[in-house]
Design a protein around this ligand. Sequence first.
Ligand code: NAD
Length: 506
Amino acid sequence: MTAPASAAQNATDAPLARYEHLFINGAWVAPEDGSLVESIDPSTGRAWALVAFGGRRDIDKAVAAARAALEGPWGRMPGHERAALLRRFADLYKTRARDLAILETRDSGRALRESLADVGGHSNAYHWWASLADKASGRTIPFDDSVHAFTTRVPVGVVGAITPWNVPLMAACWKLGPALAAGCTVVLKPAEHTPVTSLELGRLFEEAGFPPGVVNVVPGHGRNGPGEYLVAHPDVDKIAFTGEGATAKTILRAGAETMKRFTFELGGKSPHILFADADLEQALNAATNSAWTLCGQSCALGSRVLVQRPVYDRVVEEFTRRAARVRVGAPLDEATHMGPQAHADQLAKTLSYIDVGRAEGAELVTGGNRLTGPAHAGGYFVEPTVFAGVSNAMRIAREEIFGPVAALIPFDDEEEAVAIANDTAYGLTAGLWTGDASRAHRVASRIRAGMVWVNTYRFIRWSTPYGGFKASGWGRENGVEALDSYLETRTTIVSTTGRFPDAYAT
Ligand code: NAD
C-alpha cells in the first residue's frame, strides 16, 4: 500500500497513490465503517491519493488493541527493551526520511526544502526519546521509621494523538516519542487533509518490530469522525492534541465526561521584536523567514513584527525587497521557497484576512493576492504579504491568520514593546533582537510566552520544552517535561511494622 517516492514525484496525472488500509493491531485492515477519501495535492487542487478513513468501529478496534498491548507484552517490557525498539524505529526513519519528506510535501504542499530540513531531524528526536525510556524513576520520601514511602512513575495508559495538517510528521513525533518512551500505547489520528505520512509511520513501526497494538493509525475526520470518537472513548486515558483553540475547547468539554488527561498545543500570534540596536541584517533574515515559512502555516510564526521607530522604514523596505525574492511555486522543486496553502479553506481564510487588513486601514505594501498564472494553476498559492502601519488593536494583529502575512507594528521604547508583545490572547513563542545583553534578559523575562528566543528565532529541538501560556495551550511537548505528561505518579507506603491499631477497641 505504500506509495513509492518515485510515484510521489510523478506528474499530477499519475494514477492515484492508494492507501486503502488502516493500521490497527499490527495489521493493515480495510475500514469497517469508514470510507475511502481522496487526498488533495494543494499545489494543483487535484486528488493525488486515495486514503482509508476510519469510523467508530475502527476506533473501537484500535483502542481495544492499544489497551491489550498495554496489558500485554508492551506493558511488561522493561524500559531498555522499549528503548531498543525505538532506536530501531529511529534508524529506519533516518533511511526513509527523504521519502517521508516528499510524501509530506505532496500531501501538505510544504516546500520540499523545508520538509527535508524538518523531517531530517526526527530520527534524532526519536533516538533522544529512546534514551529516556528507562529513566522515569520515582523518589523515596523520608517520613519516620514506621513506613517506607516511595513513588513510581507509570504510563498514563492509552493515548489518542490528534494532529494538525501543517506539520503532520513533526506533530506525530512530538507525541509518539514521549508516549512510547513512557510506556504508553497510541492511537494516532492525523488531520483529514494530510493523512498519508502518518500511515507511513505505521509501516515503520511494523518493520521495527513493535508488538501489535502499541501504535495504531486511523485517519479520518475530527468532528463526526475518529477524532471525536477517540475523545469520547471511555478506554482512552489521554488526548494529546495539536490544533486550533476552538477545537481544543470542544475536545476539553467532550473529554471531561471521562476525565481524560490532556495536552494542548494550540495557536499563536507571536511578537518578534526588533530593537534599533540589533544586528538588523540578522534580525531581518529571521523576521522575514519566520513570517513566511511553511507558507505562514506555523504556530510559531513571528506574525507580529514589532519594530522600533528609528529602523521602521528600513524594515518595511527590506520586507518588501525580500518578499520579491521568495520563489513561490511547485513544492517538490527544491529551488522553491514557499509552496501553497495546505487546503482551499485555508487559502480562503488567508485572503479574507488580507481584505480585513485593508479594511482596517493597514497599508498593504506588498503581496496580498492569490497566484494564478500557468505555474500556479489550480493550486492554493498566495503571495508573501506585508502590512505596514499596523496597530495591535487590528484583527490582523490579534487573530491567527495562518498565512504568509506579516504585520509590521511600530513602537517607541522597551516599555511599549513589552506591552504590545503581551497584549494578546496567545502566549506560545516570542523573539527579540537587540545588541544590549541586559535588555535581552530584561525583556525576555517579561514576555508571557512558553518560548522566548533572543537573537534567533524558531530554534526548537526535541530537548527544549515547547508549549504555550494562555490560549496557546496546556502542558509542554519536547523536553523531559513532555515525558512527565505521559506518566502518572503512584505513591506506595509500606509499613515496616505491619501493625494497624483497632480504632474501635476502646
Ligand atoms: P484543527 O483544530 O482544525 O484540527 C486539528 C486536528 O483535530 C485534526 O486532526 C482534526 O481532524 C481534529 N479535530 C477537529 N475537530 C475535532 C473534534 N471535534 N474532536 C476531535 N478531533 C477533532 O487544527 P488545524 O487547522 O489542523 O491546525 C492548525 C492549528 O494548529 C493552528 O491553530 C496552529 O497554530 C495549531 N498548531 C499548533 C502547534 C503547536 O505546537 N502549538 C503546531 C502546529 C499547529
